[in-house]
Write a protein that binds this ligand. Structure first.
Ligand SMILES: [Zn+2]
Length: 246
């Protein structure tokens, strides 16, 4: 009896496993035929760049306690500078080009209209007064190389004393849900007095924009070459964000 019970238990386990694993296996492609999880090398040769100015309209984002500048204004200013720096080499789409509110899911849907494109979302950060430095978020494997390039570009402009916040692998709606390579760049902290004053300078934002545009251009030219090994694929996004710093 003991044996039979064990056999039945074993059999049911064997029968359960395949159906279980197939039910959690991710679909390989989306309805539009793209790799659903972005488990592929980074893009190369793309000609369309979608620039997303974070926040807008009723959503001001962070506000500097030092300069009173609003994140939504700084992000719009910065994406326009990046667009100008990219020039005619790329077809540049601005997610918003004025002070309007666009829901995050709508931003994802708009990004998914484009095929051979990348999405770069620009933000300015806020935290404790001592925290400073540029930071880049990514989630998908195919967005890693672009994140490396944009983070390095921002670090090249940011003064040494601001430090290096590095890259964070985090599932955000704009790093996980678009079907194209997508990153979110935090240019600097409005909550830090030195960095807030730094980013209030148009000349500093121009330098940042030029560096970010250079990173985008390099990614299109040589793909992931020189950006290090690809991160491990993640098939099952947890219910809460899981960060892995690099
Ligand atoms: Zn933001």
């Amino acid at each position: 009896m003991q044996f039979i019970v064990k056999s039945v238990a074993f059999l049911s386990l064997v029968m359960w496993l395949p159906s279980c694993s197939s039910s959690i296996a991710p679909p390989l492609t989306t309805a539009s035929g793209r790799d659903y999880w972005g488990h592929r090398p980074g893009p190369k040769g793309f000609r369309t760049v979608i620039l997303d100015a974070g926040h807008g309209g009723k959503d001001s984002g962070a506000v500097s306690p030092y300069t009173r500048q609003r994140e939504k204004d700084l992000t719009l200013d910065t994406v326009k500078r990046v667009r100008a720096e990219l020039g005619s080499d790329f077809k540049v789409i601005l997610m918003r080009d004025d002070d309007t509110f666009v829901d995050l899911d709508d931003r994802v849907a708009r990004a998914n209209r484009y095929g051979d494109a990348i999405l770069v979302s620009i933000h300015y950060n806020s935290s404790g007064a001592a925290t400073r430095g540029p930071e880049t978020y990514f989630w998908r494997v195919d967005s890693h190389g672009l994140a490396v390039r944009v983070q390095q570009a921002m670090e090249s402009v940011s003064p040494v004393e601001s430090g290096n916040r590095g890259m964070v692998r985090r599932r955000l709606r704009l790093t996980r849900n678009p079907e194209i390579p997508c990153i979110l760049a935090e240019v600097g902290y409005l909550s830090n007095s030195q960095e807030s004053r730094l980013v209030s300078s148009a000349a500093y934002r121009q330098k940042m924009a030029k560096a970010i545009a250079g990173a985008i251009r390099m990614q299109s030219k040589i793909g992931d070459s020189g950006t290090g090994p690809l991160p491990r694929p993640i098939n099952a996004p947890p219910s809460r964000p899981t960060d892995a710093r690099e």
